[in-house]
Design a protein around this ligand. Structure first.
Ligand code: HEC
Ligand code: HEC
Ligand code: HEC
Length: 116
């Protein structure tokens, strides 16, 4: 009898720790948080991409991976598997899938993305 209560107690603690862990996972601690994208010739300044400001309230990696951006792990900060160009963005690819002035701010203000 006593042994049984003890077992239930342990089960409750394990459950509580498990739920706590799930809550922590929502902070997505393992996301690369600051990526300086590979610069193309003529770029007016380096572009830093922040995953944190692209998660919204519903982290969904498939909005960008792998269709818009393949994840090629090539070392932190130098990811671009494929160059990001405005020619592609004009066609609604890469950043241009959202940064079109409707879904997100457009590409008129260069310093919104190209920073020193
Ligand atoms: C709004 C678009 C967007 C979303 C959503 C997004 N990512 Fe990314 N991610 C990027 C871009 C842009 C890069 C850089 C790609 C490049 O340089 O070619 C990147 C790169 C990465 C890299 C490679 C980092 C490195 O150092 O090589 C990983 C890993 C990654 N993302 C994981 C994730 C995970 C996990 C999620 C979901 C929780 C996610 N991403 C959601 C846009 C996004
Ligand atoms: C899936 C849609 C989506 C894609 C793809 C996307 N963005 Fe965004 N981005 C957003 C939204 C939504 C916001 C926040 C709303 C706003 O400010 O218009 C945002 C905000 C930003 C901001 C301002 C916040 C910050 O992090 O400083 C920058 C800069 C930015 N994006 C750059 C980029 C770049 C560079 C790319 C391509 C590598 C990219 N985004 C791809 C949707 C996207
Ligand atoms: C939504 C984000 C964003 C905005 C706004 C933006 N760019 Fe870019 N641009 C990028 C990214 C990402 C790259 C690829 C990384 C790099 O080359 O620095 C890039 C690359 C470039 C390149 C080199 C590659 C190519 O396509 O020729 C030039 C030139 C350029 N940008 C000019 C501009 C000018 C001029 C403006 C303002 C009228 C501007 N950009 C606004 C994101 C942006």
């Amino acid at each position: 009898m006593c042994k049984r209560n003890w077992t239930i107690g342990i089960a409750a603690i394990i459950l509580a720790v498990g739920l706590g862990g799930a809550a922590l996972a929502q902070n997505l601690p393992k996301l690369p948080d600051q990526l300086t994208l590979r610069q193309s010739p003529g770029s007016p300044g380096p572009v830093t991409f922040l995953h944190a400001s692209h998660m919204g309230d519903r982290p969904d990696c498939t909005r960008c991976h792998p269709k818009l951006f393949s994840i090629m792990k090539q070392g932190a900060g130098t990811t671009a598997a494929r160059r990001i160009t405005h020619a592609d963005m004009e066609k609604g690819r890469q950043c241009g899938a959202c940064h079109d002035g409707k879904t997100a701010f457009g590409r008129d203000d260069c310093t919104a993305c190209h920073r020193q």
